[in-house]
Write a protein that binds this ligand. Structure first.
Ligand code: AQP
Length: 347
């Protein structure tokens, strides 16, 4: 048996509230595009969310909100799979095995842990530290081959590949005995594409747009109405110069580069095209054009999310159905993993 070449996409978003334009452009819009060419599994990663404290009522609400965002953006939950991570226990079980495959030195190099744990790493949860092992399990539980993510997840994806490779090496003999000729896990490819793989804060072009930024003005939330979107773009930090006509002119101008990148991603064109139209324009001209485009593209998504959020039963049914279909894929893979590792399976 060969490794099996189903082109399977897996990705997820944490239900930690304040879903924003970065999540939308860096991840969710990619999810939608890939549906035409791949078998897709999109997860609401609630177990990742609790690596930092989450209020239980908010966690449930945010889980439904991310589900609503997927569907409102155009993910087809009947053709593909949408579910929440905690309903498929194979993620946690495989993560434990990966905790035993991954090396401390690998996890010690993860910059996201350093950023999130801050100076007081002693007080961070163990879950936050081992988060990348759970992420590897999320992907490899389905033997997924492609993972659309924003640029901030690149290092975690590299770790996933290292874990897959080490598992394939460590257990090569029993993998062959199980009938797999060329390794058990694929080495999944990150798909980091588009004009906005790293959307920056509207208040500080050196920081990524983030759910946990205390300033709401730093991000455009998917739930923001037209007035909020326009107000935030108007207040976005910029420099005093006009936009350049060439991409090179954006170097050293992070805020300008960010707004141009957002425009390009929303318009579905290149940065070069945006500069062709707006090169020489002041921000007083560019910002209203960006607001108009953002309202046009994001407004309907926000409205549809709101409509879906009012139908809790529908969302919960999507998650239930998706979980059942996800488990149907993950369970036989995990059975093989257990045999490969040497766990006795009682009949
Ligand atoms: N600013 C961003 N630009 C582009 N892509 C982004 N993503 C996140 N921020 C940006 C991508 O969105 C997907 C889901 O991210 P997540 O919610 O699972 O985790 P995160 O990266 O931790 O999100 P935040 O907003 O940055 O949350 P906090 O504030 O808690 O750190 C991923 O594919 C991610 O790359």
């Amino acid at each position: 048996m060969s490794i099996g070449l189903t082109q399977r996409v897996f990705s997820g978003v944490q239900p930690t509230g304040n879903l924003h334009l970065g999540n939308y452009l860096g991840a969710i819009t990619r999810f939608v595009e890939l549906q035409n060419t791949h078998e897709c599994i999109y997860c609401v990663v609630d177990m990742h969310a609790i690596t930092v404290w989450q209020d239980p009522v908010e966690l449930a609400r945010n889980t439904r909100e991310v589900t609503a965002a997927y569907i409102a953006a155009g993910v087809d939950a009947s053709k593909h799979i949408v579910f929440n991570q905690s309903q498929v226990s194979e993620h946690a079980e495989l993560a434990w095995i990966f905790n035993c495959v991954a090396r401390m030195g690998w996890l010690n190099r993860m910059t996201q842990f350093k950023d999130k744990a801050g100076k007081d790493a002693e007080k961070a949860s163990v879950g936050l530290y081992s988060y990348p092992d759970l992420m590897a399990a999320d992907i490899l539980a389905y033997r997924a081959t492609h993972v659309p993510v924003g640029e901030d997840q690149k290092q975690h994806l590299e770790l996933t590949r290292d874990i897959a490779q080490k598992f394939n090496n460590d257990f090569s003999k029993s993998i062959r005995q199980a009938g797999y000729d060329d390794g058990f896990f694929p080495l999944p490819e990150p798909l980091i594409t588009g004009a906005a793989t790293r959307v920056m804060s509207l208040k500080d072009g050196s920081k990524k747009m983030s759910k946990s930024d205390p300033s709401d003005l730093s991000r455009i939330n998917l739930s923001d109405g037209p007035d909020d979107i326009a107000r935030k773009i108007k207040k976005a930090r910029t420099d005093p110069d006009a936009l350049p006509s060439e991409e090179k002119g954006l170097e050293g101008r992070p805020e300008a580069a960010n707004l141009v990148g957002i425009y390009a991603a929303l318009a579905g064109c290149s940065i070069k095209d945006v500069l062709k139209d707006f090169g020489g324009s002041q921000f007083s001209t560019f910002k209203p054009a960006l607001s108009e485009l953002a309202v046009e593209k994001m407004g309907p998504v926000g409205l549809e999310m709101k409509r879906l959020m009012a139908d809790k039963a529908y969302i919960d049914e999507v998650l239930k159905d998706g979980s059942q279909r996800a488990r149907a894929i993950a369970a036989p893979i995990f059975e093989d993993v257990k045999r490969i590792v040497g766990f006795i399976r009682s009949k």
